[in-house]
Ligand binder design. Structure first.
Ligand code: G6P
Ligand code: MG
Length: 217
């Protein structure tokens, strides 16, 4: 049965997509093309450099590696400025309550995020103490859909992958959970997250009791 819950960060626990979007849009505009909210959907769960490649393909630009590093750093500076002002009011509905419920019921909790800025966000929102293990983009060598981030989390918790459930809002993350041999609950729309075991609109719909639905599956 389920012994651990692993959480993606952006889009599951906090709404940082808007800050990523504003920073990527500013970069695109500086480069001379537009970047829409619909374009931004393609970047969810995708690593910083892979996101830049998608953005440049939208602008039909091919750049050298050194230039790409510079642009990614510029985008990140703007993003870091935005998240430096975050606080607990930006925790998504139900996230804190479900994390608390996990801990009260003896379930282990881990973060599994692609972001290299995860610690800043966790500290600014006050979420850090709710995790038994924190794995982020500074610990991994392969980005989702590679299962590395979740496998490292399970290993640090000492729980086998089959007893873990991942909460994810991005297709790449759901694929990563599947490749890790873990259960997965999608956060968002069932249409885009069809590979998850089941999909909920937000963690406000989640209870520890509902984890039983996975064990019967
Ligand atoms: C998450 C977000 C992505 C972001 C990635 C890397 O997966 O959903 O939009 O690109 O983290 O974040 P970072 O903070 O390291 O640029
Ligand atoms: Mg996400």
């Amino acid at each position: 049965h389920i012994q651990a819950c692993l959480f993606d960060l952006d889009g599951v626990l906090v709404d940082t997509a808007k800050y990523h979007y504003l920073a990527w849009k500013r970069l695109a505009n500086e480069l001379g093309f537009d970047f829409t909210e619909q374009d931004n959907e393609r970047l969810k769960g995708v690593s910083r450099m892979a996101s830049l490649d998608i953005l440049l393909s939208i602008g039909k630009l091919t750049l050298e590696d050194a230039k790409k590093q510079e642009l990614a750093a510029r985008k990140n500076d703007w993003y870091v400025e935005s998240i430096s002002r975050m606080d607990h009011t930006e925790i998504l509905p139900g996230a804190l309550e479900f994390l608390q419920a996990c801990r009260e019921n003896g379930l282990k909790t881990a973060l599994g995020s692609a972001s290299k800025n995860a610690m800043t966000i966790l500290n600014n929102t006050g979420l850090t103490p709710y995790f038994d293990a924190i794995i982020d983009g500074t610990h991994t060598s392969s980005a989702k859909p590679d299962p590395e981030v979740f496998l490292l989390g399970a290993r640090e918790l000492g729980i086998s992958p089959g007893s873990c459930v991942v909460f994810e809002d991005a297709e790449a993350g759901i694929e990563a959970a599947g490749r890790a041999g873990m259960n997965c609950i999608g956060i968002g729309s069932p249409a885009t997250l069809s590979q998850a075991d089941f999909v909920i609109a937000s963690l406000a719909e989640m209870t520890v009791e509902r984890l039983d639905q996975l064990e019967q599956a």
